[in-house]
Design a protein around this ligand. Structure first.
Ligand code: OGA
Ligand code: MN
Length: 287
C-alpha cells in the first residue's frame, strides 16, 4: 500500500493529496489511487511541491501525452526551452509579458474547448504569488448537469454550442483572430452541451466559455437567454471549490467536467505559474 492520503476540500469537488513527492516517478499502485481520487474529486491539490520545469514535464507525462499550449496573444512560446509549458503570469520583463492572463479576472471557462479535441487535464504549479488574493475556483459540471431543472435539460438535449476561439479567458483577442460581435459567426469547435465523460461514463454540462457562445439552430435571442440560464446555474457557489494558493501548490484538474475562473489581483504584485496540459479524446455527446 502507498502512504498517500486524500482529503476532500469542499462538498462539491477538490481534494488534497498528501504524502507524495512529485519529483519522484509515481509507482503504479499510487498512480491508480491518484487516478481514482481524481475521478471522484475532479481537482487534486498537492502542497509543498517544488518542481523545476523538467520535473513538471516528467510529472505531467505520467498522465498522458502533452498537449502544447494554445496560441498566446504574442505568437511565440513563453519558454523557448520548454515550449510544452505555458506560463500564466502578470510579470513583464523589459515591457514584455512573460506569461498569459495578466492580473485581471479570468472569467469562468474550460481550457481550449474551441478545438475538436480539448485537453483532458491541466497541471498548474505556483512559483511566485501575491501576498493575498488571485484565488482560483473550479466548478463541478457533473453536479451542474444532475441538478439542472428538467425543463432546461430538455431544451439542451441533442443541442450543440459554439466554443469561441477568438478571445482568451482574460478577454484578450488571440493572435491572428478577428474581433467577433455576432456569436453565430464565432470561429471554434461545436460541441454537445451535454457530454459523457470517457473515463467515468457520467454526464456533464459542457459550456466552454460564455463569450460568443451560441446554441446552434436557435434564434440568437433564445440562445442568449438559454445560455444565461445555464451559466447562472453552472456557476452557483455550491458547485465550486475555492483554491487559496500557497507557494509550490500543484493542482491537477479534469478539464472535461469542470469550469474554472480566477480573481483579479494587485497589478503591482507578481504571480508566476507554470502549467502543462494533457491531450484529450474526442468529445462524446451525452444527451
Ligand atoms: C489556466 C487558468 C487560472 C489561474 O491556467 O488555464 O485559467 O489561476 N489559470 O492562473
Ligand atoms: Mn484556464
Amino acid at each position: 500500500m502507498s502512504r498517500i492520503t486524500v482529503q476532500a476540500l469542499s462538498p462539491a469537488l477538490g481534494a488534497e493529496v498528501s504524502g507524495m513527492d512529485l519529483r519522484e516517478p509515481i509507482n503504479r499502485q499510487t498512480f491508480l489511487e491518484i487516478e481514482q481520487a481524481w475521478h471522484q474529486h475532479l481537482v487534486l491539490r498537492f502542497r509543498g511541491q517544488r518542481l523545476s520545469d523538467p520535473q513538471l514535464l516528467a510529472l505531467s507525462r505520467q498522465f498522458g501525452e502533452l498537449d502544447p499550449p494554445g496560441p498566446n496573444p504574442y505568437g511565440k512560446p513563453f519558454l523557448a526551452d520548454f515550449p510544452e509549458i505555458n506560463v500564466i503570469s502578470n510579470v513583464k520583463v523589459a515591457g514584455q509579458p512573460i506569461g498569459n492572463l495578466g492580473d485581471g479576472e479570468a472569467s469562468w471557462h474550460c481550457d481550449m474547448t474551441y478545438v475538436e479535441r480539448p485537453p483532458r487535464a491541466a497541471l498548474l504549479h505556483a512559483l511566485e504569488l501575491p501576498d493575498g488574493g488571485s484565488d482560483t475556483y473550479w466548478s463541478n459540471m457533473y453536479l451542474a448537469y444532475e441538478t439542472l431543472p428538467a425543463g432546461l435539460k430538455q431544451r439542451i438535449a441533442g443541442r450543440r454550442a459554439i466554443h469561441d476561439a477568438s478571445y482568451n479567458s482574460a478577454g484578450m483577442l488571440r493572435k491572428g483572430m478577428k474581433e467577433i460581435s455576432d456569436p453565430r459567426e464565432a470561429p471554434g469547435a461545436h460541441h454537445p452541451l451535454v457530454v459523457r465523460h470517457p473515463d467515468t461514463g457520467r454526464l456533464a454540462l459542457f459550456l466552454g466559455r460564455r463569450r460568443n457562445s451560441y446554441i446552434v439552430g436557435l434564434d440568437l435571442l433564445d440562445s442568449e437567454a438559454l445560455l444565461d440560464a445555464l451559466w447562472a446555474h453552472a456557476t452557483r457557489s455550491e458547485f465550486a471549490f475555492r483554491q487559496q494558493w500557497q507557494l509550490h501548490d500543484l493542482i491537477l484538474w479534469d478539464n472535461r467536467c469542470t469550469l474554472h475562473r480566477r480573481d483579479a489581483f494587485d497589478g503591482n504584485a507578481r504571480r508566476i505559474m507554470h502549467r502543462t496540459q494533457i491531450k484529450g479524446d474526442a468529445v462524446i455527446a451525452g444527451a
